[in-house]
Design a binder for this molecule. Structure first.
Ligand SMILES: *Cc1c(COP(=O)(O)O)cnc(C)c1O
Length: 410
């Protein structure tokens, strides 16, 4: 096991070693602690555990050694190279969750109460949008959805709605790959005394570290690139105010019951170890795919942050190490062309989700957004011929060949 005080300088070294502790039985990998509860030597020890005077596990809904490794690993990656106000390495606290939506729900339940408002962008993950539109109002919380790419709008909203408690960002966002400026919005929000939260799922800490700009909370769906193999649904909720996280947040975490299964945590821990290697391949493949698509006669436009024609090119360049592996493109032939193209794919996978080894394509108009009225989805940029793609790690020539043969007929 690595010496805990070794000065790690690289992202992959951290992804491999951070959060790992020596197993009492000397297992190389942290085992799957498949146990609901933990035992005490005597009643006094139970008392010390429950009162918090002795560290140790009590019940898996409250914490589990396999999940802890994932919590500390992701926290280490999200804070890598970042210092706090006094120049010390930034410390954050995180809780592993059963899904990305459990992480989002925990964030909202922990930070918002009746009478509060939350400000967010209009291009969000569907489940998050649903939560804001239909769940939060039941608890007296109103969501204000605006175009946060325009900082004047952000400022106007903050002035008009003093009840805004938190600004919720998701960047890059689904499915048009829009980006918002984390640094500028955080600065504005902090001037008005607001909390800032960021969903960092699409970027991962390898490409973007929102804590660098002073955000208070980060959520992830670990289901995607962090796990990387599509083997488990999971999420994480992390915050920089450690005493708030260990106090109110932990209390709510235990009461909501959204903990991860230790088995899913084990899969996640082992997936994260190769994050940098995987992202490098995903990203370099994505560049070549974008080049093919932009020059193809069947394609009307390509939404990829690496293209200087993308409206958020500059923002992505400023806050991301690389524009990433997510893109969408618009086929000239509309709905029928979209369906035909999807049916002709021979190597790439027809499915929703993202961040797995294989290349995934979905057609929002006939799949995820089938039930959304056309006028409404077009407002969000989801046109009939739009295809969303998570570029995988296959040899790029094979991805290009498959896309080309499917496009040539569409
Ligand atoms: C998938 C996803 C979620 C929800 O995560 P689940 O693990 O499916 O619950 C939230 N935000 C973004 C950006 C996502 O892609």
């Amino acid at each position: 096991m690595a010496d805990q005080s070794f000065p790690i300088t690289g992202f992959s070294s951290l992804a491999i070693h951070a959060g790992h502790r020596q197993d009492p039985n000397y297992a190389h990998l942290t085992p799957i602690y498949a146990t609901s509860t933990f035992v005490y030597d005597d009643a006094e020890q139970g008392m010390r555990r429950f009162s918090g005077r002795e560290e140790g596990y009590i019940y898996t809904r409250w914490g589990n050694p396999t999940s802890r490794e994932a919590e500390e690993k992701i926290a280490a990656l999200e804070t890598f190279g970042i210092t706090d106000d006094s120049g010390d390495p930034l410390r954050v606290k995180s809780y592993l969750q059963s899904s990305g939506m459990a992480a989002v729900s925990s964030l909202f339940m922990t930070t918002l109460q009746a009478g509060d408002k939350v400000l967010s962008h209009y291009s969000l993950y569907g489940g998050t949008q649903e939560h804001m539109n239909t769940l939060l109002p039941n608890f007296g919380v109103e969501a204000i959805i605006a175009d946060l790419r325009n900082l004047n709008i952000v400022e106007d909203m903050l002035k008009q709605h003093p009840a805004i408690k938190m600004i919720y960002l998701e960047t890059p966002a689904n499915p048009t790959i829009q980006c918002v400026d984390i640094e500028a919005i955080t600065r504005l929000g902090k001037q008005h005394g607001k909390l800032i939260a960021c969903d960092n799922t699409f970027a991962t800490p390898y490409l973007q570290q929102p804590f660098k700009y002073g955000v208070d909370f980060i959520v992830h769906s670990t289901t995607k690139f962090l796990n990387g193999h599509g083997t488990a649904v999971g999420g994480i909720f992390m915050g920089r105010d450690v005493s708030f996280m260990q106090g109110r947040t932990y209390k709510i975490y235990k009461a909501l019951g959204g903990n991860s299964s230790p088995y899913d945590a084990f899969l996640l821990v082992n997936g994260i170890k190769t994050l940098e290697l995987r992202m490098e391949r995903h990203c370099s493949n994505a560049e070549k795919v974008a080049t093919l698509l932009t020059s193809h006669p069947a394609v009307a436009s390509v939404n990829y942050n690496g293209l200087s024609t993308h409206p958020d090119y500059a923002v992505a360049k400023k806050q991301m190490r690389h524009p990433g592996a997510m893109m969408s493109f618009e086929l000239k032939g509309g709905l029928q062309a979209g369906i035909h193209f999807m049916n002709r794919l021979r190597l790439c996978t027809r499915t929703v989700s993202l961040g797995t080894c294989d290349t995934l394509l979905s057609h929002p108009a006939s799949m995820t957004h089938y039930s959304v009225p056309k006028e409404q989805r077009e407002q969000y940029g989801i046109t009939d011929g739009l295809i969303r793609m998570s570029v995988g790690m296959e040899n790029v020539a094979d991805i290009l060949n498959d896309l080309e043969q499917a496009l040539n007929e569409s």
